[in-house]
Ligand binder design. Structure first.
Ligand code: 4AD
Ligand code: MG
Length: 459
């Protein structure tokens, strides 16, 4: 594989080797030609030189971009040249040709255009780098938690409860949409549906993760989540992946420490294991990215309370579209001001007003705020939403009622508080937003292979 040749060049030097891959570029003259081949194993290409002594020289000279070939030849070092080595081909077999209308010809394409060919874009440099980093980061997350003894918990995709209580769920149903069964009140009769009740795609695995944390102490989920949010922005997707650790006998402080350790671990792991890709992002996508990431792994994240943040924003020299008032939700512009203008690094904002947060967050002693902590980062905004959970059953029941939620829907969640409840905490990290942060890519559609967003689910 091309990766091995780059990583252990001495081993292959002057050896006859065989590689198989796709033509990325081809230049040919009457007597010889060059092909840059990519075999998918590595971000970089390998240069192949071929000469007219090949019996299929003419055919090879006319090969189109993205044809697949098998090359046999000797690996020779080319000191002083643009590439460190090349293969002098003794044989080139054509596996599959590529039609002339192949859309990824060698020129710059806009990300908008590349989204329309999501099935081909992983063959381009940018997306090859993005999706390899995505894979490496996913592995790093598992490695981080497994090394700390966390149990990987598969929470359900189809669920009967709304974790965030925001009603932003996609309904799962087998009912005949043309002839919906109705009950006596005229409402849709979900008793006649597949599960005998109303069900949805999960917005978060948190509630189920909590029940496993109260058995295994430390658990994490890592899976797809769904939100029917009508937000057509560069950081909202209808289907995205979330990492949700949940830790027992732990409070908000422990929670933030875990989050900070995890983010730094993943960034370090990616920097070490994808240096070529990261170099590429730094050069072509986001200048200064590497310096910023180095800074982040070597300094402490900031911690401010929501109340302090509001004070800072009120005094800000910026004009905000949304006015700032204690009690308001922080908008992207506010998040960006805090992370990019004030602190220039990741910031935990803690203790939000209870009215803008979910029912399960632990009520603080002031009776007005909850033990929540969101992590905001420059360029992206919120990447983590976390909290200490309400373990006091009476307080929790009151919150559920206050928010107009149905207590019966949460019966098992409430039971966790009656059978050996303890203080516990957790958070949700949006995986795509983390990838945006690490790569410098600015649109969520460009860090998930086949994006689903409002009015868009091609492929
Ligand atoms: O802040 P959220 O809604 O928190 C929860 O779901 C909690 N139950 C998590 C927990 O405590 N276990 O979502 C968590 C994170 C956000 O910070 C954001 O990074 C990401 O999930 N996220 C989205 N990412 C992409 N598209 C969307 N529509 C997203 N909504 C949330
Ligand atoms: Mg949130």
């Amino acid at each position: 594989l091309i990766k091995d040749i780059y990583r252990q060049t001495e081993k292959y030097q002057d050896q006859v080797i065989t590689i198989s891959g796709w033509v990325r570029t081809l230049r040919a003259s009457k007597a010889f030609g060059f092909i840059e081949v990519n075999d998918g194993s590595f971000f970089k290409n390998l240069q192949v030189v071929f000469e007219e002594n090949l019996d299929n020289f003419k055919e090879i000279s006319k090969l189109t971009i993205s044809s697949s070939i098998i090359v046999e030849g000797k690996l020779v070092l080319t000191p002083g040249a643009k590439q460190p080595f090349e293969i002098k081909a003794t044989k080139i077999e054509v596996e599959g040709t590529s039609d002339r209308d192949y859309p990824l010809q060698k020129k710059r394409h806009t990300f908008e255009f590349l989204r329309t060919i999501a099935h081909l874009r992983p063959r381009s440099n940018t997306f090859s780098a993005v999706f390899r980093v995505r894979s490496i980061a996913a592995y790093a997350i598992h490695k981080f938690f497994q090394e700390r003894g966390f149990v990987y918990t598969h929470t359900p995709i189809i669920t009967g409860s709304d974790c965030e209580g925001a009603g932003e769920m996609f309904r799962v149903s087998t009912l005949d949409l043309e002839n919906l069964p109705r009950n006596e009140e005229g409402n849709i009769d979900f008793k006649k549906d597949f599960f005998g009740k109303e069900t949805n795609l999960t917005v978060s695995g948190q509630l189920e993760a909590e029940s496993y944390a109260l058995a295994f102490r430390n658990v994490y989920t890592f899976g797809p989540t769904f939100r029917a949010e009508n937000s057509n922005t560069a950081r909202h997707a209808a289907e995205f992946w979330m990492i949700e650790p949940e830790i027992a006998f732990a409070d908000l402080e422990d929670d933030m420490e875990l989050a900070e350790d995890m983010i730094k671990y993943v960034i370090n792991y990616v920097l070490e294991n994808a240096p070529e890709e990261m170099e590429f992002f730094n050069k072509f996508i986001d200048k200064g990215l590497l310096e910023r990431l180095d800074n982040i792994v070597s300094s402490d994240f900031v911690r401010v309370t929501y109340t302090e943040a509001i004070e800072i924003l009120k005094k800000a020299d910026a004009k905000f579209e949304y006015p700032v008032e204690w009690g308001c939700d922080l908008q992207t512009e506010h998040e960006r001001y805090l992370t990019e203008k004030v602190y220039k690094k990741p910031v935990f904002v803690m203790d939000y007003p209870k009215d803008i947060k979910a029912f399960y967050m632990r009520l603080n002693d002031d009776g007005k705020t909850v033990a929540a902590a969101d992590l905001l980062v420059p360029g992206v905004g919120e990447i983590i939403g976390g909290s200490q959970r309400e373990e006091r059953i009476d307080v929790l029941e009151k919150r559920i009622e206050e928010l107009g939620l149905n207590k019966e829907d949460y019966w098992w969640y409430l039971e966790l508080r009656r059978f050996g409840g303890t203080k516990h905490a957790g958070f949700g990290l949006g995986f795509e937003r983390l990838i945006m942060y690490i790569t410098g890519m600015s649109n969520i559609r460009d860090v998930i292979p086949f994006p689903r967003t409002v009015k868009y689910a091609e492929f």
